[in-house]
Design a protein around this ligand. Structure first.
Ligand SMILES: [Zn+2]
Ligand SMILES: [Zn+2]
Length: 272
């Protein structure tokens, strides 16, 4: 079957954006999930006692998480095309001039807060009986997640996870052109927090979940409890939606402290 000549430039455009999207998403995933996995492996002597669950993820878990994440990257790149189309069509305004740190700063904060709200409510919806098996079961196959589970989503979840980007850009663009640097910082923060949240090791210090200066941030234990027990802790970056909606795990603080107060075994501490 031949492609009409006037459709060729559009097709080339599509393939190029798709190729670029897959490359960027793949680099981001490998840097975030791989970076956290490598850091934990290099520092295993220092952090082994902070493993949250007694069960250890096995090779099969990691292979499944990797395979599912690579598929998600393709879906993300497809949804990214929608964002590109909205920018080319002039619906989303992108900034072309260099911006002040303040202009970048408020957009980073807005993107993080909006994403957190989107994630909480999307996540609650995915846990309904009607949607769970079809969209979210794939992610919950990781009962003992590793950082490689960061993008381990079924197609339906990958689409809803990715749609937040054009949705947030549309909201920001009402107020000001979207700053590329703000998007870059937001995406770096997103994959770092995502990979750490699935890493299975609690590295925050004792008192973190109760201290008013830190209690509003989620910990790895927060999301790990969601994977091991479900039904609680739907939040992403902040604890406030779970607290407002009464969905925080009733023993979150205790479970966190049980890991955070563990000391290194003497044999490990002496370097053996
Ligand atoms: Zn879930
Ligand atoms: Zn998860």
């Amino acid at each position: 079957m031949s492609v009409p000549a006037d459709a060729m430039p559009l097709l080339i455009h599509f393939v190029r954006h798709m190729e670029g999207g897959v490359r960027i998403e793949l680099i981001r995933y490998l840097a975030g999930a791989g970076g956290v996995a490598l850091a934990l492996w290099l520092g295993r002597g220092l952090v082994a006692h902070r493993r949250i669950q007694p069960r250890k993820a096995v090779r099969g878990d990691v292979v499944r998480e990797l395979r599912q994440s690579v598929w998600t990257i393709v879906v993300f790149a497809l949804v990214d095309l929608l964002t590109v189309a909205l920018i080319i069509g002039g619906v989303i305004r992108m900034a072309h001039d260099p911006a002040s740190p303040l202009a970048i700063g408020w957009q980073v904060l807005a993107l993080i807060v909006l994403h957190d709200a989107w994630f909480y409510w999307m996540h609650r919806a995915l846990h309904t009986r009607a949607l769970f098996r079809l969209t979210h079961l794939a992610h919950h196959r990781s009962r003992t997640p590793t950082s490689w589970a960061a993008y381990s989503f079924a197609t339906g979840e990958a689409i809803t996870e990715a749609l937040v980007i054009p949705a947030m850009f549309l909201i920001i663009a009402v107020l000001a052109p979207v700053q590329q640097m703000a998007v870059f910082i937001f995406l770096g923060h997103q994959i770092a927090r995502n990979a750490i949240g699935h890493s299975g090791h609690e590295l925050a210090w004792t008192g973190f979940t109760r201290n008013p200066w830190t209690a509003w941030l989620t910990t790895t234990t927060h999301h790990d409890l969601h994977h091991s027990e479900g039904r609680y802790n739907y939040g992403l970056y902040f604890t406030w939606w779970d607290r407002w909606m009464g969905t925080e795990h009733p023993r979150y603080h205790d479970r966190f402290e049980a890991v955070a107060t563990r000391s290194r075994p003497a044999a490990t501490a002496s370097g053996s």
